[in-house]
Design a protein around this ligand. Structure first.
Ligand code: PA5
Length: 443
């Protein structure tokens, strides 16, 4: 993985990035020594290097049982309990895989919304299908996930019988507390623990992400290897200029201080759409607090050049852009030649589709820079488990450092509670009687 900040640095006065060198070092030291705010949630820091081959084997074994017994597996989870798995599975899957027969179960995601149509359609789809469920919730009490799991548990038991259901329902949750733990223990489900000191959005390299990714047929050992190598590259002892997480965190904060409040993560591969969704949660939930924080947005290019492209090029100059670029595609396809050339495309005949894409990428980057949009570029060699593992740890480490540079606690999410309190009050949840009275007075 490479980080290129030259087209962002040109927007800043000399020394603007380097002035973060000392604060970045202090942030890294605080993360390492556990002296920063949120220091009870630093388990992600050395998570990759702590994963053993035995642990990977245990996850693969459970994945195998699900693969052998299911044609579809529903991952029930929300926020950090599904975005990482979805990002990795999408990045590595055939774009039209759902149209093909596969030896691995189809992975479906639910428990991340409360759409009645969504759930009804899911239930209708699963009718008669050999399906299993991975119920993922750290708290074990998240409403969206709990409603979905209640529906799917009953359906799985009715459709497949209690004994098979026991085999194909797996819980990923807290070691002791929460309804998901109580149910798993009572029903005798296989379960994996989400470590106490790893927050949801930093949990993709725990069984939260690893189990669904393994069930989908991908090599989690390589994913972890990529993260392990990046853990070394971003270590505290690596000099500032050679440490990609340090440089990314410093650059985005320098740009933020120069008045650009929005960062757009752009990709040129449709398979990376959910990288943007995962990254937005990681940065949005970690940094958006105390009236501060870069607003994380994402676009899929070139697709969105025909929608958001106008705004990026020409709208209010409050944005900067980070492009995630994939150097080599995994397949080969060229533009065909055409004798009649009715469409005038013969100037492209014989060129790889990716060459056209790369010229679009470069042309867009130069245009955006001309339009006043500082541009950073993160390049990976190809879309595979190893490179995605690198990206995961790079963005996580940079996020921890960046949040501390902003002087917020990057590891809590107090703002998420506000909607829950109102929703529970409106729904009459026991224990919320006072809140119900207060909210009714406002209606
Ligand atoms: O990052 C976070 O902590 C959150 O986004 C959680 O992952 C999300 O709210 C889901 O929580 P839980 O796993 O407790 O159901």
């Amino acid at each position: 993985m490479k980080l290129d900040i030259t087209k962002a640095a040109q927007f800043l006065a000399a020394g603007e990035i380097e002035k973060f060198e000392a604060p970045v070092a202090a942030a890294q030291k605080a993360l390492e020594e556990g002296t920063c705010p949120g220091n009870d949630f630093l388990g992600w820091m050395h998570l990759p290097s702590s994963i053993t081959p035995e642990f990977i084997a245990e996850i693969n074994e459970t994945a195998k049982v699900m693969q052998e017994n299911c044609d579809a597996v529903v991952v029930a989870g929300i926020g950090g309990s599904y975005l990482g798995a979805r990002m990795v599975i999408d990045a590595l899957s055939n774009s039209f895989g759902w149209l093909q027969d596969s030896k691995y179960p189809r992975i479906l995601f639910a428990g991340n919304n409360i759409g009645e149509d969504y759930l009804s359609e899911l239930v209708a789809y699963l009718k008669g299908v050999r399906f299993g469920v991975i119920n993922i919730s750290k708290s074990g009490t998240t409403t969206e996930t709990a409603i979905t799991f209640r529906l799917l548990k009953r359906m799985c038991e009715e459709q497949r019988g209690k004994d098979v259901a026991k085999k194909v329902i797996v819980a990923v949750t807290d070691a002791k507390k929460g309804a998901a733990r109580t149910t798993a223990d009572k029903e005798g489900y296989k379960s994996f623990i989400i470590p106490d000191n790893v927050g949801g959005r930093f949990s993709v390299l725990t069984p939260v992400g690893l189990l669904p990714i393994a069930v989908a047929g991908f090599d989690i050992a390589q994913l972890v290897k990529g993260a392990q190598d990046m853990e070394k590259e971003c270590d505290l002892n690596v000099p500032f200029n050679e440490n990609p997480a340090a440089v990314y965190a410093a650059t985005r904060n320098a740009i933020y201080q120069s008045g650009k409040k929005i960062e757009i993560l752009a990709n040129y591969q449709p398979k990376l759409h959910n990288l943007g969704e995962w990254w937005k949660q990681l940065y949005g939930e970690s940094e958006g607090k105390d009236g501060k924080g870069i607003f994380p947005a994402s676009v899929d290019l070139t697709t969105d050049l025909h929608s958001m492209g106008q705004w990026i090029q020409d709208g209010e100059r409050t944005i900067f852009e980070t492009v995630v670029s994939v150097e080599q595609p995994n397949s080969t396809l060229a533009v065909p030649s055409d004798e009649e050339n009715l469409d005038g495309l013969n100037f492209l005949a014989g060129k790889r589709i990716d060459e056209v894409n790369k010229m679009a990428e470069l042309g867009t980057q130069l245009a955006h820079v001309d339009g006043g949009v500082p541009n950073l570029k993160v390049s990976i060699a190809k879309l595979d488990e190893y490179n995605i593992g690198q990206l995961i740890y790079f963005f996580e480490k940079a996020c921890g450092i960046s949040g501390l540079l902003l002087e917020v606690n990057p590891f809590n999410q107090p703002g998420v509670e506000a909607y829950k309190k109102n929703m529970f009050a409106l729904l009459g949840k026991p224990g919320y009687e006072e809140a119900t009275k207060e909210i009714q007075a406002r209606l």
